[in-house]
Ligand binder design. Structure first.
Ligand SMILES: Nc1ncnc2c1ncn2[C@@H]1O[C@H](COP(=O)(O)OP(=O)(O)OP(=O)(O)O)[C@@H](O)[C@H]1O
Ligand SMILES: [Mg+2]
Length: 393
């Protein structure tokens, strides 16, 4: 990544030509003024984010500022520039302002993202999700690629290792988690909080919440009245008594809309898993999910390719949805390919009868889901002593 600067023509301030009416600002004064310039995407000021590289003030009142952008073609460049000029203009000792652009290296960029994430976490409203819970949101660019199947299977595989795993079905109107996990109990509210439905899996536990489990009973109905899509996730995170959880998996609706943005505002520490099919064409759509994650500075943990080649009972393999899409997407986003889950009737059947293949079967798809769960566990220190999962036992 280039680190070069692109100078711009100095902006003459109103009344230019005449001398400033006050002594020039100090470098600290300029830095202080620049603290009011907020990067609209990252939600923090450019000084705090470390984007102000250099400040140069001449005795004449000519100020030169170098701002490092996350990417050279940053669409917010014009806005940042005019904000910088407007802020510095407010100082009577400034005669002209020149903004030079720099581009961050990938290390600087990830450092800035980490700072923005910390800042968002400081400002995020309280939720009922414990701070120690690892939140993994499962997203995709388009529908039907297997987000819900991935969510329930990875959740079940994690629980089969003795962990407590929340499953939040954030697909408010298109919910499928209850059916896929075979739960029918209704959510009930108690003392103003909704209690998740619990399901034991091996030595672990699933805690499930979905609009598909809402009953119009008095207190519950009251709590959900006026539920709107954009508010739904907030209610799920704030009004559900989740209790202790090692993981919270969030099944997102398809696409890159309000629910995703709401989640990033409420749980900025959430990490995202992107599901895609092996079709190379699907990658263009899937990359939108990664773009959305980047815009809301969520960390992308990796890509899962689902519906990878189908192998029939005679051992012949058919690449029904093409090949290479997952690897190509992971490469483009710069993250790991967490796994490839083959196309298998057992996955669909497990989803239909409420018994996720990851814990009910030993097929290659079951093994793939369990391997993904193990990979996720391995990412988090300290190492976890994994109990057996049917597929890998
Ligand atoms: N690896 C697989 N092999 C066979 N069938 C699969 C596989 N993965 C998912 N399916 C089936 O494909 C269909 C779509 O999967 P799923 O509902 O998980 O996708 P989704 O991305 O959550 O969809 P939506 O965007 O509608 O929420 C389901 O019927 C599911 O059982
Ligand atoms: Mg779904």
């Amino acid at each position: 990544m280039s680190d070069s600067s692109t100078p711009e023509v100095p902006v003459r301030l109103p009344g230019s030509g005449s001398e400033p009416t006050a002594p020039p600002p100090s470098v600290d004064d300029v830095t202080g003024l620049l603290r009011a310039v907020v990067d609209p995407e990252l939600g923090a000021d450019i000084v705090e984010l470390g984007m102000v590289r250099r400040v140069d003030v001449r005795p004449s009142g000519d100020v030169r500022v170098e701002v490092a952008l996350t990417i050279a073609g940053c669409p917010l460049r014009a806005q940042i520039r005019s904000d910088v000029v407007n802020r510095l203009e407010s100082h009577n000792g400034v005669r002209s302002v020149q903004v030079d652009w720099g581009e961050m290296t990938s290390e600087q960029r990830s450092d800035v993202m980490a700072r923005a994430r910390r800042k968002a976490a400081d400002n995020a409203p309280d939720t009922e999700v414990p701070a120690a819970t690892r939140v993994l949101a499962v997203a995709s660019g388009k529908g039907g690629v297997g987000k819900s199947s991935v969510t329930v299977n990875v959740a079940a595989a994690l629980a089969s290792r003795g962990l407590t795993v929340g499953v939040l079905d954030a697909d408010i109107w298109g919910f499928s988690v209850p059916r896929m996990l075979g739960v029918e109990d209704r959510l009930v509210a108690h003392e103003g909080k909704i209690h998740p439905i619990e399901k034991k899996v091996g030595g672990g536990l699933l805690k499930i919440v979905s609009t598909g489990l809402i009953v119009e009973a008095e207190e519950t109905a009251l709590m959900w009245r006026g539920l709107m899509l954009t508010k739904a996730v907030e209610q799920f995170l704030r009004d559900v008594r989740w209790g202790g959880m090692d993981y919270l998996l969030v099944d997102l609706p398809p696409g890159t809309g309000d629910v995703q943005m709401g989640l990033s505002r409420l749980l900025p520490r959430a990490e995202m898993i992107i599901v895609t099919t092996p079709a190379l064409a699907a990658q263009k759509v899937a990359i939108r999910a990664a773009d959305m994650a980047r815009r809301s500075y969520l960390r992308v943990v990796g890509v899962i390719e689902n519906m990878t080649a189908f192998t029939c009972e005679h051992g012949t393999t058919y690449e029904l949805f093409g090949s290479g899409g997952g690897g190509a997407l992971a490469h483009d986003v710069g993250v790991a390919l967490l796994g490839q889950v083959p196309m298998e009737t057992a996955v669909a059947a497990g989803g239909d009868n409420g018994e996720p293949v990851a814990i009910a079967g030993t097929s290659p798809a079951a093994e793939a889901f369990c391997a993904i769960a193990d990979l996720l566990i391995a990412q988090a220190a300290p190492p976890f002593d994994a109990a057996s999962c049917t597929a890998t036992a």
